[in-house]
Design a protein around this ligand. Structure first.
Ligand code: NAD
Length: 454
């Protein structure tokens, strides 16, 4: 792969103007959908090979989300592409103001391994919808999915339009040195900083979809049985290797025993015999597995804790007896370990969360509206749910992204279209009237001007 050659070819194709056409974009989105449909079995097999994801989980959390993004874009693209009319201030009279949505040009998408299909194709759908050419660099840690993704792209699109690059850090570094018109990166905050530094050299705009420690609060008014089901679902989907999984629980003291009982019940109902359960995903690599096993040290395990090194699987594990100084609370866990911390008074909650600032997601289980309002108002985070987990990611009508440490920029649905578009502001003036207020020589008094300008 020669990154510069890919970019040169795509720049030249982009400059022909073909991708700006509405019908071209619709055709390409339909072709992508068709290609995914034809390769569904292979995608499912690859997700099983890399992560041991079941067919059901793969469809629910990867393939289905990409179809939803494509269908939503197909339905709404005409509307999104229309110039947006905005009113003009009196000082411009007579005038019309418009925002034109034009593609950035040639964009680079770098994706991670944990949802290796969804997180490669959902941004690509937005890039295509917005009329860009794109190069997609997939994660080397999910090689089977990387291969099928690459096959879908190379068998559907000309490389001058959409290109796929397999490979690791070296490939990413080579791509990042090129002056793409926009970079969309999903991955860790540490690599996010490297991406932003590389982009700065070419003044390339970046979207960073990063991770972090997403808290899940349960107060003493919550419906604990329902909360437990939804927490176990959100934490153990993909064995906890989900950027928006609840990283840790903050539970009000007086309901902790009952919540633990409900969590345990939900756990064994939903994921019986996890190490032998064919539907329970594995940890992506041996290194990631070792990191997680080490993190469990010096914590009191309430449930789970067993693991199988050969299969790279770790049981869903609930731990207690740790504080914010424990290694589990110093980094994003990104695995099936759920620490349970407690609080006495709701007043303490925001302070606790501020130990790991600006999470990607936050969840609160409560039926106390002032508590809910307070958290939503006081704590900065990317997005989240009240009385649920994860579900905010599944709507193409909601913007998805982080804030501060957890990233910058948004995508999904129209937000993705806007992220991959330059918003060009245009004022259109007629010639029949020309109020001379702005022309030199200026009047000696500003009195009249002050009537129009605040
Ligand atoms: P990562 O940052 O290690 O890798 C992401 C991508 O960057 C991969 O394609 C990889 O090849 C590339 N890369 C790695 N090191 C690089 C370097 N030095 N220079 C250039 N490119 C490099 O992330 P990961 O381990 O694949 O994914 C886990 C992280 O991603 C977690 O922090 C998780 O929270 C985050 N994540 C965020 C989202 C989101 O939507 N916000 C989604 C999934 C994962």
């Amino acid at each position: 792969m020669k990154a510069r050659e890919i970019l040169k070819g795509q720049m030249s194709f982009y400059n022909q103007g073909t991708t700006r056409n509405y019908h071209f974009r619709i055709e390409k989105l339909n072709q992508l959908k068709q290609a995914i449909k034809s390769n569904e079995t292979a995608i499912t097999a690859a997700l099983y090979e890399d992560l041991n994801k079941s067919e059901y989980e793969s469809y629910m959390s990867e393939i289905g989300i990409v179809y939803a993004e494509i269908n939503y874009a197909l339905k709404n693209l005409k509307k999104w592409m229309r110039p947006e009319k905005v009113s003009s201030p009196l000082t411009m009279f007579p005038a019309q103001s418009r925002i034109l949505k034009e593609p950035y040009g040639v964009v680079l998408i770098i994706s991670p391994w944990n949802y290796p299909f969804q997180l490669a194709f959902a941004p690509l759908v937005a890039a295509i919808a917005a009329g860009n050419c794109a190069t997609l660099k997939m994660s080397e840690l999910a090689p089977a999915v990387s291969k099928i993704n690459s096959h879908i792209i190379t068998s559907t699109f000309e490389p001058e339009y959409i290109s796929a690059v397999e490979g690791g850090v070296e490939a990413a570094t080579e791509l990042l040195a090129c002056p793409f018109n926009s970079i969309f990166f999903t991955g860790s905050p540490a690599v996010g900083k490297i991406v932003m530094q590389a982009a700065a050299k070419n003044l390339t705009p970046v979207t960073l979809e990063l991770g972090g420690k997403s808290p899940c609060i349960v107060d003493n008014t919550a419906n604990l049985a329902v909360a437990a089901q939804r927490i176990i679902f959100g934490k153990y989907l993909n064995a906890g290797q989900t950027c928006i999984a609840p990283d840790y629980l903050l539970v009000q003291n007086d309901v902790k025993p009952q919540l633990v009982e409900e969590l345990t019940k939900a756990l064994y109902k939903m994921i019986p015999k996890p190490l032998y359960n064919p539907q329970y995903p594995k940890i992506i690599t041996e290194n990631h597995f070792e990191r997680l096993v080490n993190l469990m040290e010096d914590s009191q395990i309430i449930e789970g804790g067993a693991y199988d090194k050969i299969k790279c699987k770790i049981e869903p594990t609930l731990v207690e007896g740790i504080d914010f100084n424990h290694p589990l609370m110093q980094e994003e866990i990104f695995g099936p370990i759920l620490p349970i911390l407690t609080f006495e008074d709701f007043e303490e909650v925001s302070e606790f969360i501020s130990h790991n600032s600006h999470p990607l997601a936050l969840y609160i289980f409560s039926q106390n509206q002032p508590n809910i309002d307070r958290i939503l108002k006081e704590v900065p985070f990317g997005g989240g749910c009240v009385n649920d987990t994860l579900m905010h990611i599944s709507s193409p009508r909601l913007p998805f992204g982080g804030v501060g440490d957890s990233g910058m920029g948004r995508y999904h649905g129209k937000y993705g279209f806007d992220t991959f578009s330059n918003q060009k502001s245009i004022v259109i003036k007629p010639n029949w009237l020309d109020i001379p207020l702005r022309y030199q020589p200026f009047p000696t008094s500003v009195k009249l001007l002050k009537k129009f300008l605040p």
